[in-house]
Design a protein around this ligand. Structure first.
Ligand code: SPV
Ligand code: MG
Length: 292
């Protein structure tokens, strides 16, 4: 796969289209290639999944340089537009605009910044989720827009519902972030049903709305179509699938002291070679290496 000609325009078009858009989580080159082969049109570079794959906790233990390195591998391996989970932007307006600039240079199509303080904690872990001041966070968004303009889609993520402040605070923040130049808002919720985010969508339609139904996974996606939601992020399912399969395979190999039993259950080597386009390298060798 080659890089997309204009990943940012493609991502923005997906988010602005009247169809519901799905972004699949990926966290490294091979998970990105698998999502592309499965037919997804765009990826979510999940902070939780990338941290987990690196052996870090989703609490800003991984650095912004760790993140941009992973995103570059994801872009190259998939050729898809990638919305990157930029957490809080790793600090103030200056750290946020540096992150956005480096992500753009390394092939990202968009960045999502959440209105919390550095270091953040994953929204589903514990109960301490201090929100950033609205005007300070708006400054972070403005600085990113001034640095990257239309070259990078900017999604402002509202954590008011996660932090327990309710709908009015979420709506107030959405207005402020739209004024600050966001291209879309992500409204997050940890409830096991979709009522909070549907109430938000009913009252707010200035910009495309992005959701992450990790906890309210039972809601059928047609509900989101009817609510005119723009984009659904399947936020961590490649990472969790990998954990489940690797656990099962490791457990069986330990118990059976053999790899014979699990051979039919793991991907063949040919599948791996196909994902990473070894065929392209073979034809390039024919073209460029001296003939024997
Ligand atoms: C992520 O995938 O890292 C996210 C979504 O930010 S959540 O884990 O729900 O916060
Ligand atoms: Mg995250």
């Amino acid at each position: 796969v080659g890089p997309l000609e204009d990943p940012t325009t493609t991502l923005l078009e997906l988010m602005l289209s009247s169809d519901l858009t799905f972004l699949m989580e990926a966290h490294d080159g091979i998970s990105s290639a698998i999502a592309a082969q499965a037919g997804f049109k765009g990826l979510w570079a999940s902070g939780l999944s990338i941290s987990s794959a690196l052996g870090y906790r989703d609490a800003n233990e991984a650095s912004w340089t760790d993140l941009v390195g992973v995103v570059e591998r994801m872009a190259d391996a998939s050729g898809l537009p990638i919305l990157v989970d930029g957490d809080t932007g790793f600090g103030n307006f200056n750290n946020a605009r540096l992150l956005a600039t480096k992500l753009l240079q390394r092939g990202a199509a968009g960045v999502c910044l959440e209105d919390k303080t550095f270091p953040k904690m994953n929204s589903f872990v514990g109960s301490r989720h201090p929100l950033a001041d609205v005007s300070e966070f708006s400054g972070r968004l403005k600085a990113v827009k001034d640095a990257t303009g239309n070259d990078l889609v900017l999604v402002a993520r509202i954590e008011a519902l996660i932090a327990g402040y309710g709908l009015d605070e979420a709506l107030l923040r959405a207005d402020a972030y739209a004024d600050a130049g966001a291209d879309a808002v992500l409204i997050h919720s940890g409830k096991s049903d979709a009522h909070e985010i549907l109430a938000f969508a009913q009252q707010w339609n200035q910009l495309p709305i992005v959701i992450v139904p990790t906890k309210y996974y039972r809601t059928p996606v047609d509900t989101y179509r009817k609510a005119a939601i723009s984009t659904v992020i399947w936020a961590n399912h490649a990472m969790r699938a990998a954990v489940a399969s690797m656990r099962a395979v490791c457990g069986r190999i330990v118990a059976e002291e053999s790899i014979a039993g699990i051979e039919p259950e793991v991907a063949t080597l040919d599948e791996v070679l196909d994902l990473l386009r070894y065929d392209e390298l073979a034809s390039a060798e024919d073209r460029y290496l001296p003939k024997p």
